[in-house]
Design a protein around this ligand. Structure first.
Ligand code: HEC
Length: 261
């Protein structure tokens, strides 16, 4: 990661974290308040309910006559409706949910004092995007499946530096090969093309003396040196080693038209 990248990333993260912390505080108070309020109302409701319940029991004897007045005044085909509302405590809870919905709407969607889930989504995506940008910049996301040939002079120069520092002993400066095989011919033991070459360099062939380079080179560097290796193709090394492996044919290249000559 570049120094500037790290600062940018930590800034975004710190901002998100600071917001998160003030949020957590207000959340705790909000939830605590709501909980106490609900409990208070629940107790009050239960008390009202209990006291209301006893009365009809005492007046149970008179119940038969009491029932008539609470019939509603409509009747269809002889079917009558009894006015029988839900218990007070239950209705209270119902009204609380309505009140809570109004408060919620106001706090999260009107006042803008709290982040809605949409805001939180945007925040998290911003942080994630910053992290992803940083990873792309450092090349951490490059692997043998998505590596492409770099043609930038700067990248190839870097690739040459890496090759000169690490690979000369076994592959010779011009890629002609010494301990390791010739990298300038069309023959490849482990396949040509950027993806195969990337993979061979990354994982190496430890049994045959080719080191696993992924512990010493980051993906970007492997891509640079692999691109540099591919520039040997068609050059004439001073002391080329005899071809090893088979001729590499790029299966993604357009097929040759064998009918026309
Ligand atoms: C200690 C010696 C040694 C060093 C250092 C070394 N290689 Fe190799 N390399 C080999 C050998 C040996 C092979 C052949 C492996 C085999 O026979 O399977 C090889 C194979 C390869 C191949 C595959 C060639 C093919 O025909 O498929 C590539 C690409 C390669 N090396 C690139 C590199 C790069 C890039 C570096 C430097 C970062 C490097 N090597 C450093 C010894 C070395």
């Amino acid at each position: 990661m570049t120094a500037a990248g790290i600062t940018a990333l930590t800034q975004v993260q710190a901002m998100a974290q600071a917001k998160q912390e003030t949020h957590t505080d207000t959340y705790v108070y909000l939830i605590l308040g709501a909980l106490l309020f609900t409990l208070a109302v629940l107790f009050a409701s239960i008390m009202i309910f209990e006291s209301g319940e006893r009365k009809p029991k005492k007046a149970a004897a008179a119940a038969a006559t009491v029932e008539t007045p609470i019939l509603t005044d409509h009747e269809y085909d002889g079917i009558q409706e009894l006015d029988n509302p839900a218990p007070a405590w239950f209705q209270f809870l119902f009204y609380i949910t309505i009140a809570a919905a109004v408060v919620y709407m106001f706090v999260y969607h009107v006042s803008g004092r709290q982040n809605s889930s949409f805001d939180e989504y945007i925040q998290e995506m911003t942080v994630a995007q910053a992290q992803k940008d940083e990873l792309i910049k450092t090349g951490a996301l490059i692997n043998e499946n998505n590596a492409t040939v770099l043609s930038d002079a700067a990248d190839l120069e870097k690739g040459k530096e890496i090759f000169t520092a690490n690979c000369l002993n076994c592959h010779a400066a011009d890629g002609g090969g010494t301990v390791g095989p010739n990298l300038a011919d069309d023959y490849w033991i482990h396949g040509g093309g950027i993806k195969n070459v990337f993979s061979t360099i990354k994982y190496g062939v430890p049994a045959k003396g080719m080191i696993t380079w992924q512990n010493q080179l980051n993906p970007k560097q492997i891509q640079q040196v692999a691109s540099y290796v591919l520039t040997f193709k068609g050059t004439k090394p001073a002391a080329p080693k005899a071809p090893e492996g088979t001729v590499w044919v790029d299966s993604t290249a357009a097929p040759k038209d064998t009918l026309k000559k």
